[in-house]
Design a protein around this ligand. Sequence first.
Ligand SMILES: [Zn+2]
Length: 223
Amino acid sequence: MAYLPTDIVACPDCDLLERIPPLPPGGTARCARCGRALAAGKPGSIDRTTALAAAALIVFLLANAEPLMELSAAGRETTTTILGGVREMWRQGERASSVLVALFAVAAPGLHIGFTLAVLLAARRPPAPRWVGDMLRWAEVYGLWSMVEVMMLGILVSLVKIASLAAVTPGAGLYAVGALVFLLAAMSASFDPREVWPRVRWRNGAGQPPSFPEAAGAAGGER
Ligand SMILES: [Zn+2]
């Protein structure tokens, strides 16, 4: 398997290998052949994303600990959390749904936030340990399967439907889920893995990346 120096990327559209020059803040590097945007200058991406990920972790814990809503009907009151809902669905025989909610609304976003935060904290002091590379890939996989916004829509639809049957009071957990949707989107928008990769220690020794003589055309930088 070939290791490429980290400033060389293959264009995802036309496969041309290009060297990315240092980009000015807000600048974009485009493929010299097909014009696809390859990289954008996002200065301070690690600091900003660390702050967003820390906020997302706090909000994620709140979303799981606090009740989503409080229902009162015929003099009886009840509250439920996300995991309480999962347990209740399992108890009522909706096993597939309960497993789906547990995996995609609790486990995947939790692992995505946790792994991203671990990667960012470890990358602050280069060279970052080698596990950071593996963890970064897993963070991206869990990010793909994190579906908090789908759950948020589901909760809102059920809120509207129940509202005619019982008095519904949104709980702190519901506001936390709403905030989590925004924080996860902001995290993805501000995160630039290209700032992390150069800090990860190379597998074949802690020193310099192996040389790669066939470095092709330089990508054109533009604002
Ligand atoms: Zn291209």
